[in-house]
Structure formats: C-alpha cells, structure tokens
Design a protein around this ligand. Structure first.
Ligand code: ATP
Length: 249
C-alpha cells in the first residue's frame, strides 16, 4: 500500500467542556480527494486549523509525507508542501493576475538573495507562475488587474498561487462557496484534475460537488468521525443519514 501524504492520528481538541475534535484519525492518500463533511458546528474548521498549524491540538499527531509536523507552525508546514486555499484570500487586488502568481512562486522559492533582484523579471519564476495559470485556465488573463476578475476567477487564481508552491497536499476550505452554477462546474472540473497533482482534503457544504468528486468521505458529527468510506457507502450509511444527510442523499 502507498503511504498517506497526510496522516492524522488521535487528534483531540477541547474548548472548555466541549470536545471539538474527539480522537480523530484521518488520512489523505496520493491521488485522492478526501472530503470532510458534517453539520454546522461539527468541528470541520477546527480540525482543518489544527492540520494546517493555526491551532495546537491537545493531543494527537499530524504527519506530512511521513514526518511529524504537529509542533510546526503553519508557515513551516506550508513550506513542506501543505497548501491551504480559500479560507484566507491573500490576493493583491491592484496587481495583475501574473504578478499575484509570481509572488506566490517567489514565496515557494524563498531565498533571501532573491529579494534584491527585480523579481518580476525573473524568467524561472515567471515560467512557474505561467504554468500554474495555464493549469487553472487563467493564462489569457495574465495581464488583467486582479480586481477585475470575477469571483470564480479569483478562486481559480488562488488555486494557481497554491500550485506555484508545488504542493504535496491541498487543504481546501469550501472552494464552491459563493460560486454560481457555472463557476461551480468549472471549479469541480479543476479539482477533478488537480487531485493528480496533489491529493486534496476538501471541506465542502455543496453535497453535489462532494459526491461528484470525492474518492472518500469522512463524516464529522460533534467532533467525532462517525463514518468514513467511498461515496456510495456513505450515502447508504444509516447513521450518516440520521445524523446529517437526511433526504439530501
Ligand atoms: N475558539 C473557540 N472557542 C470556543 N469554542 C469554539 C472555538 N472555535 C470553535 N468553537 C466551537 O467548536 C465547535 C466546532 O466549530 P467549527 O467551526 O470547527 O465547526 P464547523 O464544522 O467548521 O462548522 P461550520 O460548518 O459552521 O463552519 C462549535 O460548537 C464552535 O462554537
């Protein structure tokens, strides 16, 4: 069996008496989209925050590419290839699409001497940025000011910036939020392709997208994973239907 790219074992987090992550086990394998679903307040955001290093767990371990990263801050995890998108948008609206992608690529290549060079003339950075833009279908907008992009296009650009980091794993927080039907379809098609670049841990409320995309789904209720498996098994799971999906599945 292939080793998981990302592995969570026994992750536990309490806020006072409230157990928000209750001994959670979770893995992300190469090439897969693993969706994390659950009702509001189930603890998805808190779990993701611990995985990415914004919040320290009370107990448990997190491994990235086999290395224990539990004690590392978010930036160090990002440098090791954990790419989080969508929750925090860091796009510079006055810069062009290409400039945003190049600044992302610069972060990935971060060596201090680069700061003394005219960054935007750096051919290697430019090539990395253009490849990422092409991957998400935005290369024809490279010269456009980011403020002029549609909401959906900005989301595509956020994916491109994450791609310039040459990620080992993506953590995506509600990529479909705020996208209309057309934007949602585009994003679904993009994620479908991206899983081959790096596996995706996907938190998403849009059940159509989740069931269309996920190789595996884990269902979180009151901080516990109550079921984990392929979409068909989750759809048929009596406990999941009762706790969460209702008639939606
Ligand atoms: N800093 C905090 N202090 C105390 N309680 C918190 C804190 N952060 C979150 N919680 C509580 O932990 C629980 C889980 O919240 P979390 O935001 O992780 O759920 P979620 O599944 O992401 O929900 P949603 O789908 O609405 O985003 C909630 O009951 C929330 O009120």
């Amino acid at each position: 069996m292939t080793d998981p790219v990302l592995e969570v074992r026994g992750l536990t987090k309490r806020f006072g008496a409230l157990v928000v992550s209750d001994a959670i086990d979770l893995s992300l394998n190469p090439g897969e989209i693993h969706a994390l679903i659950g009702p509001n307040g189930a603890g998805k955001t808190t779990l993701i925050a611990q995985v990415c290093g914004m919040l320290a767990p009370d107990a448990g371990r997190i491994r990235l590419k086999g290395q224990d990263v539990t004690a590392l801050p978010a930036r160090a995890r990002a440098r090791r290839g954990l790419a989080r998108t969508f929750q925090i948008s860091a796009l510079a609206m006055e810069d062009t699409v290409l400039q945003n992608a190049m600044l992302g690529a610069l972060g990935a290549a971060a060596t201090p001497w680069r700061l003394f060079r005219p960054v935007l003339q750096d051919a290697a950075l430019r090539a990395t940025a253009e490849a990422a833009l092409s991957r998400v279908g935005l290369l024809d907008k490279a010269a456009v000011r980011t403020a002029e992009l549609s909401h959906g296009e900005r989301r595509q650009l956020e994916v491109a910036v994450a791609l310039t980091l040459k990620p080992a794993a993506f953590v995506m927080d509600e990529p479909m939020a705020g996208l209309g039907a057309e934007g949602g379809q585009k994003m679904t098609a993009l994620l479908d392709q991206l899983r081959h670049e790096a596996p995706i841990l996907l938190v998403e409320h849009d059940m159509d997208a989740v069931f269309a995309l996920a190789d595996r789904i884990s269902v979180l209720v009151y901080g516990r994973v109550i079921a984990s498996g392929p979409p068909d098994a989750i759809r048929a799971d009596a406990a999941v239907r009762e706790a969460y999906l209702g008639d939606a599945a």
